[in-house]
Design a protein around this ligand. Structure first.
Ligand code: ADP
Ligand code: MG
Length: 586
């Protein structure tokens, strides 16, 4: 006798529910998406005890008549697709016809619906798959679906639910995603009799961000748009100041659907490379519109992942659009002066810098006006931009400055003053200069008066051979000098401040690092970072007036000068307005 039986429909639905309905938040998502597909303009979500006791979603959509209301809770019933052709370009959020049947198989459900032209509505009740007849009732136009006691007959599933607070957080997250993608909707979220979000229709995305996250986040976003090859992108890019330790504030929407995608996440990471520190995550709200035919949503039960037919194109277009905007934007950090004491070491240094600055620049005192007599023939730092660009002319505006603790420069800015980390800034200047030079050709080198010799083992000698091209491009000339010994004969002018032997040793470490050398682009970038760091002015190094002047001039001429290549800030801005506030002058 065979062992195989056909499962009854309710079992099938419960199993389907295992995939689609993981927790109360999944119910909220499915019900809200149904309301949106039914063209609601107003949605109200009410939950009690993290949605475990009650989830109720009310909309003002087209509604369902008695027959549809009964059918909606059967499995594989949908009004959204008919033939396999429809699967090729799904424009609705739902299409699988499984959600309502799944939900009704694992909870007590009551649905009331009234179509636009009907005089009265209908209701239906289902208790874990046990369905009652549809019966007429009064009700507003649209649909209300109430889901009570989720998983009450499935202790195993219930056990996996977290505390009501945690489940509420998941629900709020689902609500937030839908609210960001549908700013035209009037939306409300109530939790245990308290209003969590009350969003009016036709808000802008930044307004919604301000309401649902914070005004600070909303105020620190830069908008960029791009439209190319049928791919429309609108991005709100978080400035470095609001970057996070995780990627939770990265919202990606594809045609109104919240998705997670590793190609897009990678593009975001790359776009911020060097703009924020490597272990931080930028805040970003990314809205992508593209033809429905260019991707498949039928690959994941909750549709959080999609399959792009041309992921490389999407990656490169997103990366291009974001990077261009980030590089073209001034991203200096605005100083937030703490109201009481400066706690950190760095804070104290800044405080000292400020005190000294004000002491020396009292208006009555006649101060040295460093820039009033521009010097034309200073040559330091050689590693700056001075030799290579037209930016040698000093700015017209007078800028006063001063070096603090041989590490920081305090300088006047258009709107107050700034504190510059001399090493970080110089590093960025050299890095950009190296990039530009290397894009065009190789680095210009000069012969060393006395070649510097060093010893290499076989592995290292092999590495030098292998990366001959890169080494030559960098303008380093290494020649054999006896058994196991090599000598550096020429070294790049731009890196003149670095010690040639130290440089080559660090270079060898990078060439030998498997994590780095497997990706030529990464390797190249790491080499430039290392070179810039080695050649840059150090913290603790006394600078002459002309060197400081040159730094300030180079800062203005350098892209991304507000961050060092590792993503740390180079400059902190203090605005006059902020100072006035701090001194209680406003
Ligand atoms: P799907 O959304 O994949 O079609 P569901 O099980 O979620 O499947 O819903 C089944 C059908 O019920 C939908 O196709 C739609 O016709 C109808 N429906 C569900 N919710 C609503 C609603 N709020 N307003 C109007 N119709 C609805
Ligand atoms: Mg649905």
């Amino acid at each position: 006798m065979g062992q195989i039986i056909t499962l009854d429909q309710n079992m099938i639905n419960m199993i389907a529910a295992g995939e689609v309905i993981e927790r109360p938040a999944s119910v909220v998502k499915e019900l809200m998406e149904n309301s949106i597909d039914a063209r609601a303009t107003k949605i109200t979500v009410t939950i009690e005890q993290g949605g475990q006791k009650l989830i109720s979603v009310t909309d003002n959509s087209c509604g369902m008549d008695a027959r549809d209301l009964a059918n909606a809770f059967e499995s594989h019933t949908t009004s959204k697709i008919k033939t396999s052709n429809d699967l090729l370009g799904i424009s609705t959020l739902g299409f699988r016809g499984e959600a309502l049947a799944s939900i009704a198989s694992v909870a007590r459900v009551r649905a009331v619906s009234r179509t636009t032209d009907a005089l009265a509505g209908n209701s239906i009740e289902i208790d874990c798959g046990e369905k009652n007849e549809v019966s007429p009732c009064s009700g507003d136009k649209g649909t209300t679906i109430q889901v009570r006691d989720l998983f009450y007959k499935l202790p195993a599933r219930r056990k996996f639910l977290k505390t009501p607070n945690t489940e509420s957080t998941h629900i709020t997250e689902q609500f937030t995603r839908i609210a960001l993608a549908n700013t035209h909707l009037d939306m409300t979220l109530n939790n245990n009799g308290r209003v969590v979000h009350r969003l009016t229709s036709n808000q802008t995305v930044p307004q919604r961000i301000a309401e649902m996250f914070s005004a600070e986040i909303s105020a620190n976003l830069i908008e960029t748009k791009s439209a190319e090859k049928q791919l429309h992108i609108t991005a709100l890019l978080g400035k470095p100041a609001i970057s996070r330790t995780n990627n939770k504030l990265q919202y990606i929407f594809l045609n109104g659907r919240f998705i997670r995608d590793k190609f897009i996440s990678h593009a975001i990471k790359e776009a911020y490379h060097g703009v924020i520190e490597p272990n931080r995550f930028p805040v970003i709200f990314l809205f992508i519109q593209m033809p429905f035919e260019n991707y498949d949503v039928n690959v994941h039960p909750t549709k959080i992942e999609v399959r792009f037919y041309n992921p490389n194109l999407i990656h490169s277009q997103i990366l291009g659009a974001l990077r261009e905007k980030l590089l073209g934007t001034k991203l200096d950090i605005d100083a937030k002066l703490p109201t009481d004491t400066f706690a950190s070491e760095r804070g104290r240094e800044i405080a000292d810098a400020m005190a000294e600055f004000f002491k020396k620049h009292r208006p009555v005192q006649t101060q040295q006006q460093f820039i009033s007599t521009p010097k034309t023939n200073f040559s330091l730092p050689r590693t700056g931009l001075a030799q290579t660009t037209k930016t040698q002319t000093l700015p017209q505006t007078r800028r006063q400055f001063l070096q603090i603790r041989d590490s920081f420069i305090v300088a006047e800015s258009d709107d107050g003053f700034m504190v510059i980390d001399q090493h970080a800034l110089h590093e960025r200047i050299i890095y950009e200069n190296l990039c530009r030079r290397l894009k065009q050709s190789k680095l210009e080198s000069q012969k060393l008066l006395i070649p510097e010799s060093f010893e290499l083992n076989d592995v290292q000698a092999e590495l030098i051979q292998q990366h001959n091209n890169l080494i030559e491009k960098l303008g380093v000339e290494i020649v054999p000098f006896g058994p196991g010994t090599y000598a550096i004969q020429a070294f790049p002018i731009l890196l003149a401040k670095a010690s040639p032997v130290d440089f080559v040793k660090d270079l060898l470490d990078l060439l030998n690092d498997k994590n780095i050398n497997s990706d030529p682009e990464r390797l190249f970038d790491e080499v430039l970072n290392m070179a810039a760091c080695k050649a840059a002015i150090k913290a603790g190094q006394k600078l002459s007036e002309s060197e400081i002047e040159q730094l300030l001039v180079d800062k203005d001429a350098t892209e991304r000068s507000s961050r060092c290549p590792h993503g740390r800030p180079t400059t902190i801005q203090f605005s006059a307005t902020e100072l006035q506030k701090q001194f209680k002058r406003t």
